[in-house]
Design a protein around this ligand. Structure first.
Ligand code: NAP
Length: 412
């Protein structure tokens, strides 16, 4: 058997070549994604008793591997080497559809030959928190697969824990199935994982970055639960996409100027200007809806630029739920509105097995669209991350073919 197969060539099922094609970042290349991500030939990883090796058919592109390329806010390679891992590279990729090619001796939930998608919640099986049956996303050992762990979906063969595997929805092509789960499962936990603030019929949900990976999933999930999303975008061209994905109204954030950290409340002039902008934005939400109802849930991820507004306009007793600080981490908020109106500010991160399975079921039933925007070639991986960093990527989730020879394959 050869040591290395071309992309798309299949070794006999269950047999694993010693080397593989992969896209990787090295510390010496940290910087703009177009230069940081390079194609390499790497040793195929071995697997532990509870792990599987997946012959990757297609992958998605996620913002976490933009951060990995930049080497900030975390040097994922340095962190892993400090923890004792030998590899001085990051072969990433956190969204995957493919075929199980090898399984560890303790694996029971999947078998060689199964067609799967992989969610990116990774935790140590012997973590006491996990063993106690608590939410593993709150465990000390939790990592994001293909970002904080190596050998993700930009590898010809990806290494994952067996519990991460879910049956591939049969109605989807490889690239549709491989593009959505990281964003969908994150959005699902944000919208459905923090009771009593889960989307209920009629609820208004404000969605920042609504044509992005997370935002598009949030629109579809809100619609599937009977909620009414108000979408925020920066470009009129995105309006139609949002309406198609269920938005009850769309707001262009470029019509406002009060973004960024909130000014000092003691500076009456500056604060007054900011408050005028925030109030106008709140009114725009009502106008978009056609009624004076404020969002019960605010779906946040830009962070520094938008959080003061999110906190201001969230309904009394509502929740601002946040999973990132894309525009910065320095949080400002007018606390008077927060406590007097008894709002909740909730952090959220990825999802557990059950949440990943729940949103995959919605996709499998056709109630949530995977929002595949465009399908790219394997060698477009650096370009796709650059598009994302520059906020020039197509709406929804980008897909990348890995071993799938062309788009459109894989549907049952
Ligand atoms: P994305 O596809 O790039 O979408 C982000 C959207 O944010 C863009 O479409 C953009 O839309 C909007 N945006 C950009 N700058 C903005 C600003 N200054 N103010 C308001 N909106 C702005 O990225 P994504 O995949 O949705 O991910 C978004 C963030 O969430 C990233 O930081 C990512 O790392 C993080 N994330 C975290 C988790 C987790 O589990 N913690 C999971 C997934 C993603 P407009 O320009 O149209 O407004």
């Amino acid at each position: 058997m050869p040591d290395l197969y071309d992309l798309g060539e299949r070794p006999p099922l269950g047999l694993v070549p010693t080397q593989m094609h992969a896209y990787a970042v090295r510390q010496s290349r940290f910087g703009q994604p177009r230069d940081a991500w390079k194609r390499e030939i790497l040793p195929t990883p071995t697997i532990g008793p509870d792990e599987v090796l997946v012959y990757v058919m297609a992958s998605g592109i996620n913002f976490n591997n933009v951060w990995a390329a930049l080497g900030t806010p975390v040097d994922v390679i340095g962190e892993r080497m400090k923890a004792g891992e030998p590899e001085d590279f990051h072969a990433g990729g956190s969204d995957c559809s493919g075929i199980v090619w090898a399984v560890g001796k303790d694996v029971r939930n999947v078998a060689v030959g199964d067609e799967v998608i992989v969610h990116s919640g990774w935790w140590r099986p012997d973590d006491p928190w996990v063993l106690a049956g608590k939410d593993p996303m709150l465990a000390e050992s939790t990592r994001i697969w293909g970002y904080q762990t190596n050998y993700g979906s930009y590898c010809q063969f990806a290494r994952a824990q067996a519990h991460q595997c879910l049956p591939k929805p049969t109605r989807l092509t490889w690239e549709e199935a491989g593009c959505f789960l990281l964003c969908a499962s994150t959005a699902y936990r944000m919208l459905m994982g923090w009771p009593p603030h889960t989307v209920e019929p009629g609820d208004v949900v404000l969605v920042w970055g609504a044509a992005g990976g997370l935002g598009s999933m949030a629109l579809d999930i809100t619609r599937a639960q009977g909620g009414r999303a108000v979408a925020v975008v920066s470009d009129e061209a995105k309006r139609e996409f949002c309406v198609k994905h269920g938005a009850a109204g769309v707001i262009n954030r470029n019509d406002f100027k009060h973004w960024g950290p909130m000014p000092d409340t003691k500076d009456a002039k500056a604060y007054g200007e900011w408050a005028k902008g925030a109030r106008a934005f709140g009114k725009a939400v009502w106008d978009a809806l056609g009624e004076r109802t404020s969002p019960r849930i605010v779906f946040e991820h830009p962070g520094e630029a938008t959080l003061p507004t999110s906190g201001f306009l969230c309904a009394t007793g509502g929740m601002i739920v946040i999973c990132a600080g894309t525009t910065g981490y320095n949080v400002t908020m007018d606390l008077r509105y927060h406590w007097m109106r008894q709002k909740r500010f909730q952090g959220s991160h990825l999802s557990n097995d059950e949440q990943a399975a729940a949103v995959t079921a919605l996709v499998a039933e056709g109630r949530v669209d995977p929002c595949l925007s465009e399908t790219y070639r394997f060698d477009d991986i650096p370009h796709c991350h650059q598009l994302m960093l520059d906020n020039k990527h197509p709406y929804g989730n980008m897909g990348v073919l890995v071993n799938a020879p062309r788009p459109g394959l894989g549907r049952a």
